[in-house]
Structure formats: C-alpha cells, structure tokens
Design a protein around this ligand. Structure first.
Ligand SMILES: [Zn+2]
Ligand SMILES: [Zn+2]
Length: 241
C-alpha cells in the first residue's frame, strides 16, 4: 500500500485472467473516518484488508465503501471486504445502486456471455451481488471524507452509474474506469454504456485541474500534464459518436 498524498492511499489491484481493480483509501488517518473506494475482483479482498492493517489503520475506522461503478472487477470481493468491516456503509450512484438492491446483476457482468463464464469459473451463485445501499449518489454532492472534501461527478458512458471523485484542493481525480494513463479510456460496449455519453463525461473531466490521476486500473499518474484529459478525449472522439 502506497501513500499517494496525506489523504489518499493506493492499493494496487492484482490482475488475473480478469483484471482486479485498484482500491484507494481516502481520508486523514487521524480522523478515524476512512473511505474505501472500490473493492476488486473475487478473492482479492483478503490481501487488501491485510495491506490496510499493515499500514496501521484500524479496520473499524473504515466507515464506508464507495463504488466508482459496480462492474465485477470492482465489486467482486465487496462481500469479502464487508465481512472484515461489517459496519461500513455502501455508497453507490443511484442508477447502479437501485439495481444492486433489486439483485439485478446486469451492471455487474455487463453482458450475458461473461456472466455465465464467470459464474462457472468462480462458482458464483445467482443473486450473489444483492446489497443494501446506504447512500445513493446522484452527482453534484460534496462529500467530507475524513476531513477532506471530494466532489461527486456523475460520468456515465463506461457504465450508467459511473462516478468520479474530485478533490479540488489537492487536484486529485479518481475517475473509476472512465479515463486511464497513456491516453486510454474505459470500454463502452457493455450494459448501459454509451460512446457519446463517455465523450461528454471526458469533456466534463477535462474542465478540471488535475495533477494526480488515480484510475481503476494500470498505472497511476502523479504529475498529470496540463490538458491530458482533453487530449485523451480528442484522440477518442472519432470512436465515441
Ligand atoms: Zn468497469
Ligand atoms: Zn474496472
């Protein structure tokens, strides 16, 4: 686990055949009010919990798990993590939060073929991704997460309820799977995805001043060049209409 800034820790995902999302632990440790952003793939909760304990952070201080979106590589081990932090709340954008509460896993698997493959390979029972959501986000909120302020941005396109978290003071963006390093963007062919929405969401993110980009996969960027997201959107524009 790496401390990126005073208020954000980075736990890298451990990809297998299917990727495992990165997890970020947000908040000032002395606030005892920490937030986990995303969970990861099935079987990938245990080592993340160990990383947090090794860094000297008490699990009881993790007050909530906030999902950038509910794809399998982000939510697969949510159940494992909730076993370790049973009192933590679950915060999700309303569009995917409603589905989770109904036990509708369309936004988890993204497509039927992938669902049957994963259920067989990982022995996932039907209805495994039914969760109570404590707070449904809409975008536009400013959240106080352990004495740091984060703006919630609804950035659909990769998935219908994708959200980004932006800290304007430290110029940190956690964009989920919407934009990555190396001018890469999230796929837009799964359930509820949309190329034009993804383009609009990228343009919305491009208006932010971002020094540190903490995406859901691949490398993180700790010195983002000015105009990076705008340039990424420009390169992908022909494919997003
Ligand atoms: Zn995703
Ligand atoms: Zn992902």
């Amino acid at each position: 686990m790496k401390q990126v800034t005073e208020t954000v820790y980075f736990i890298p995902g451990q990809d297998e055949m299917i990727p495992d999302s990165h997890v970020y632990l947000v908040g000032r440790p002395d606030s005892h009010d920490m937030t986990l952003v995303d969970a990861g793939l099935m079987g990938k909760g245990g080592y993340k919990i160990q990383c947090i304990q090794k860094a000297g952070i008490q699990l009881a201080h993790i007050k909530r798990i906030l999902m950038t979106h509910t794809h399998l590589d982000h939510i697969g081990c949510l159940g494992e993590i909730l076993e370790a932090v049973p009192d933590a709340e679950l915060w999700v954008h309303v569009e995917e939060g409603d589905l989770l509460e109904q036990g509708n896993d369309q936004a988890v698997y993204g497509m039927d073929m992938f669902k049957s493959m994963c259920q067989a390979q990982y022995r996932i029972p039907a209805g495994a991704f039914t969760f109570q959501v404590h707070r449904k986000l809409t975008g536009g909120e400013t959240l106080d997460l352990g004495r740091t302020d984060w703006e919630v941005l609804h950035i659909p396109g990769h998935s219908p309820g994708s959200i980004g978290l932006y800290n304007s003071q430290e110029k940190i963006l956690i964009p989920g799977d919407t934009v990555y390093a190396d001018y890469a963007i999230g796929r837009f062919d799964l359930f509820g995805a949309s190329g034009p929405q993804l383009r609009d969401s990228l343009m919305k993110l491009a208006t932010l001043k971002v020094d540190i980009l903490l995406p859901g996969h691949n490398r993180i960027m700790e010195a983002v060049p000015p105009g990076y997201i705008e340039e990424t959107a420009r390169q992908w524009e022909p494919y997003l209409s």
